[in-house]
Design a protein around this ligand. Structure first.
Ligand SMILES: N[C@H](CCC[C@H](N)C(=O)O)C(=O)O
Length: 292
């Protein structure tokens, strides 16, 4: 099957974007993995599908697959690229669109300076909705909220990591570190991602607080590994930092791929707003093997 695609990136988190407004391509998980493959395919952290509105009051549907081929609920950097994509292809002339995702409706807005602001909706803290299995585990008070102490294995000398756990539509476990450059992302990331207390796996964030309005962040993403930036991860990290009493309500998040600005007023029902870049890199065509 020969398909057209657009390669995009948001703070270095990169995507293959597919225009499926004329109908779904019907790709398999293996074909998504092929498109994401950096040697045999196009190469991307996620594959984003743009589909027609599923309901009144919503402009588009947004379907997200990780590089491992699995469909997921939400992608923040992808949402900004989604907005640039539908504007550049003339699929809409609106400055704000409402987009249905697996985890609900989000509202990206194209700003005059070319950056995109996305209303990502409110965070979710209830463990069962993350989902996070807290059986036999007690929350550990921390700065007016709490963290959970996760044993990374049954070995006695294995580290216990204190994580803040929440969902931005997708699951996140955020730990505070002194310096992201020396944080054990490669070593602990996969173990946290696959920890048995996260039945849907989890995105593992490593957050360094520089001051109350500036943080540095690395994320080992579920289904993709460490990425240069994670939009929902930045949202989750700032919300966690605010709840732990360490951050103000508007924070610049320095990622390896660029700066994201996150705002959250602080009540559970308040939406999280994420602002950042969205760049079209190139468009192309590729022959996708049928048998994958
Ligand atoms: N790896 C994530 C999906 C992509 C999120 C990230 N690329 C973002 O910008 O939010 C997950 O499995 O939940």
């Amino acid at each position: 099957m020969r398909i057209r695609f657009t390669k995009m990136q948001g703070a270095g988190n990169d995507f293959v974007v597919l225009d499926e407004t004329a109908g779904p391509l019907g790709l398999t998980p293996g074909q998504y993995r092929f498109l994401a493959d950096r040697h045999f395919g196009v190469g991307a952290d996620q594959i984003l599908s743009v589909r027609p509105s599923p309901a009144a009051g919503v402009d588009f549907q947004y379907v997200i697959h990780n590089a491992d081929g699995g469909e997921v609920e939400q992608c923040g950097n992808g949402a900004r690229c989604f907005m640039r994509f539908v504007r550049e292809r003339g699929l809409t002339d609106k400055d704000v669109v409402r987009v249905q995702t697996l985890s609900g409706v989000i509202a990206p807005r194209m700003n005059g300076d070319g950056r995109v602001t996305v209303d990502m909706g409110p965070p979710v803290f209830e463990p069962a909705r993350v989902p996070f299995d807290t059986a036999g585990l007690d929350p550990q008070p921390d700065g007016g909220w709490h963290t959970w102490h996760l044993a990374l294995s049954t070995e006695a000398d294995e580290p216990i990591v204190a994580v803040a756990v929440l969902s931005m539509g997708n699951p996140h476990a955020v730990q505070l570190v002194d310096d992201i450059e020396t944080a054990p992302v490669a070593e602990q990331g996969p173990r946290i991602e696959h920890h048995p207390r996260f039945p849907q796996r989890v995105n593992a964030g490593f957050l360094q607080v520089v001051d109350r309005t500036h943080v540095r962040l690395r994320v080992f993403e579920r289904g993709a590994g460490e990425t240069l930036a994670c939009g929902t991860g930045a949202c989750a990290a700032v919300v966690a930092g605010i709840r732990l009493g360490q951050l103000d309500h508007r924070v610049d998040v320095e990622t390896r791929g660029g700066i994201l600005t996150i705002e959250w007023a602080g009540d559970e029902a308040d939406p999280v707003l994420m602002t950042g870049p969205a760049v079209t890199v190139f468009a192309g065509e590729i022959e996708v093997p049928d048998e994958l």
